[in-house]
Design a protein around this ligand. Structure first.
Ligand code: SF4
Length: 262
């Protein structure tokens, strides 16, 4: 368990994220609050890329709850069958569309407790929708936010709810609107689960994680019999294999003058 970050360290951490990427965005494609809600429901235990491959065609024919109901569950399944757990997700999307039409005039309610009563919508999904569609300063805790918060000492907790509560207390108010996206992008592209890319980390000198990875100094070996793309070959060349979006690339730059020894 790392030592909790101090207030000054938390301020410095978010100041760097804000300086590197002042306006971070999520990576799920959507057109309006309803399509955002559908995309987030589809993204459970699936990748954003996988969801983004399926949703443009779906949203072209069903970008409102009314159109989704008209499409029907069977045809909806056809649009999303490349996404894991698609049968249950199709059932939930039709169920939530029906509730939105019958009880909320076809609008997505701006209320977490109400959102959580919709089929397939939990606290994390509700927080993402409220944050991204309505600009509420809420921090949804997914696997990346949970890991980065605990690893760095930003917000320590054994459950997503405990981490969310700690983040709400500890993240300065002016950073809360974007904290969710900064932490997700950082966890997805830099502070990876199996091998965090600490040498390229923007907050390396602030983070309290004890087992930070280090630069690999050995030069690449031309006599290697392993394939050039293997994880081990990449590590030998000092290049951890990291997928990065343009936003993530900004978040992984080192500060110009990073204190040594951390
Ligand atoms: S220094 Fe390493 S462990 Fe800490 S936040 Fe950066 S990538 Fe993650």
């Amino acid at each position: 368990m790392p030592k909790p970050l101090s207030r000054a360290e938390i301020e410095a951490m978010f100041a760097r994220f804000a300086s590197a990427e002042p306006n971070p965005k999520g990576e799920l494609g959507f057109l309006n609050p309803f399509t955002l809600l559908v995309a987030v429901v589809l993204s459970a235990q699936a990748t954003d890329k996988g969801v983004n491959r399926a949703t443009p065609a779906l949203f072209a024919v069903a970008d409102t709850p009314q159109k989704m109901l008209a499409l029907g569950e069977a045809r909806l399944r056809d649009y999303i069958k490349t996404i894991g757990l698609y049968r249950g997700k199709a059932r939930n999307i039709i169920g939530l569309s029906k509730r939105l039409v019958e009880e909320f005039g076809g609008q997505v309610p701006r209320d977490r407790e109400v959102l959580e009563t919709l089929p397939g919508v939990g606290r994390k999904t509700a927080n993402v929708v409220l944050n991204t569609a309505f600009g509420e300063p809420l921090i949804a805790v997914d696997t990346h936010v949970f890991r980065v918060s605990n690893r760095t000492g930003l917000a320590i907790g054994k459950t997503p709810l405990a981490v969310e509560a700690a983040l709400s207390r500890r993240v300065p108010e002016r950073y809360r609107l974007h904290a969710h996206h900064w932490l997700i992008l950082h966890g997805r592209y830099v502070c990876l689960a199996r091998r965090p890319n600490c040498p390229a980390c923007l907050i390396r000198d602030i983070c309290h994680f004890k087992d930070k990875t280090i630069d690999v100094l050995a030069p690449p070996s031309s006599s290697s019999s392993r394939p050039a793309g293997s994880a081990r070959a990449s590590a030998r060349q000092g290049k951890p294999r990291v997928k990065r979006s343009p936003a993530a690339a900004k978040l992984s730059r080192r500060p110009a003058a990073s204190p040594r020894g951390k």
